[in-house]
Design a protein around this ligand. Structure first.
Ligand SMILES: *[C@@H]1O[C@H](CO)[C@@H](O)[C@H](O)[C@H]1NC(C)=O
Length: 393
């Protein structure tokens, strides 16, 4: 490199970017033997590309070209020498058609103990239909795998990814911090069992934005130990809405705090914004949650807290939930309810909900009035709230 160019570099950001990118390692999976024919098992080539990228001392890009690549269950494991690995995916990753191949692995594509990984673009097709049919028929089926997961990882970005027909959860974030998921398109039929769009738990600093989620279960579910979550511009439906919970299945559980859901639309979903816990003793909690600027289109339970959660009404715990719910704000939520009760707060008799705030709500049912229902729920309302608040002090 010439002296002239070197002397330029410190003073020129564009040149620095050029310098860095020309220095970054680049690994095309095709050069490791991956085949875009949708039939050849590309698992080992992807793993070899990962090991090269992971052991690179510079930032590394793994490139997946156009075409369809067949992958079995695969784990991209860290820690890596490279502080930044980019997966740039132009093509589609497809799972084997025999659901047993993935079914006993908790994840199809798993990133584990990686710090600084980004996934841009790409489509995942887990081929879940036969697996769901097995579940529906009540045959003996494997537990099912989540399509893409991040475990014990940090500085994660997923942008522009499409995921269809996962066996179970599409995108799973567990025990991570600093995660951004944006511009995702997730879809599975409304009848597919437990195909949550995104599940977050035991993680801090997760942003989910500008995503379209159509699924058979929760669009987003937020499990125990979730902190500092920001969700905006999510288009949810069909599906079961955005849920905090289920919580309180166990006595010892970490809480959920500081969650914001804003600028989102729910279309014909079972629930809109929901908090749910089982009727069990628990030391879990939910606090500092804001749901605001939300449009409900024909949603069965637009606003609901359910502390007697019991989905199939079968062998349900019948104690009162120990999960303490406080400081939950609902602001500027408008639209239509598909059931007469648009706001339903079923709180625990032993730990009543505290500090619920309602402001600027307008939810109607059948072009007429909807109602609200409260048990063990305290808080206040502000501005126009329709249906009228039933909160106690
Ligand atoms: C709450 O979460 C947001 C991210 O959504 C974060 O910016 C903010 O600092 C958090 N607040 C507290 C008190 O931790």
């Amino acid at each position: 490199m010439s002296k002239l160019l070197l002397s330029w570099i410190p003073s020129c950001l564009v040149c620095m970017a050029f310098f860095q990118s020309s220095n970054a390692a680049y690994y095309n999976v095709a050069n490791f033997g991956a085949r875009p024919d949708g039939k050849t098992d590309s698992t080992q080539p992807f793993l070899r590309a990962w090991w090269s990228a992971c052991n690179s001392i510079t930032p590394a890009t793994i490139y997946v070209p156009r075409g369809t690549f067949l992958l079995k269950a695969i784990a991209f494991t860290g820690p890596c020498k490279s502080s930044r690995i980019v997966f740039q995916i132009a093509g589609t990753l497809i799972a084997p058609s025999d659901y047993w191949s993935l079914g006993n692995s908790p994840y199809w594509i798993l990133f584990i103990k990686v710090s600084g990984v980004s996934v841009y673009g790409g489509s995942l097709n887990a081929n879940g239909a036969r697996y769901w049919a097995c579940r529906r028929a009540g045959r003996s089926c494997p537990a099912g795998s989540r399509s893409i997961g991040f475990l014990w990882s940090s500085n994660v970005m997923v942008s522009g990814l499409t995921s269809i027909n996962s066996q179970t959860v599409h995108v799973n974030v567990n025990s991570c911090y600093d995660v951004v998921l944006r511009n995702l398109k997730i879809s599975a039929p409304s009848s597919s069992p437990n195909t949550d769009g995104i599940h977050v738990q035991s993680s801090t600093g997760v942003t989910i934005s500008s995503s379209i989620i159509k699924t058979g279960d929760d669009c987003i579910s937020i499990g125990q130990g979730s902190r500092n979550l920001w969700i905006d511009h999510v288009d949810c439906g069909p599906g079961h809405g955005i849920s905090i919970g289920s919580l309180g299945q166990q006595v010892n559980e970490d809480g959920v705090q500081n969650v914001t859901v804003t600028s989102s639309v729910f279309s014909r979903t079972l629930n809109g914004v929901r908090i749910k816990s089982w009727a069990n003793p628990s030391n879990g909690y939910v606090r500092n949650v804001v749901f605001r600027n939300i449009i409900m289109k024909n949603v069965y339970n637009p606003i609901i807290i359910d502390q007697k959660y019991c989905p199939s009404n079968n062998g349900c715990p019948s104690q009162s939930s120990g999960v303490k719910i406080s400081q939950v704000t609902y602001k500027n939520i408008k639209g239509t309810s598909a059931s007469p009760i648009a706001m339903n707060f079923i709180c625990s008799s032993s730990s009543p909900c505290k500090g619920i705030k309602l402001q600027d709500i307008k939810l109607t049912y059948n072009n007429g009035a909807a109602t609200s229902s409260c048990s063990n729920a305290g808080g206040m309302s502000n501005g126009v709230v329709i249906p009228r608040s039933c909160l106690g002090k």
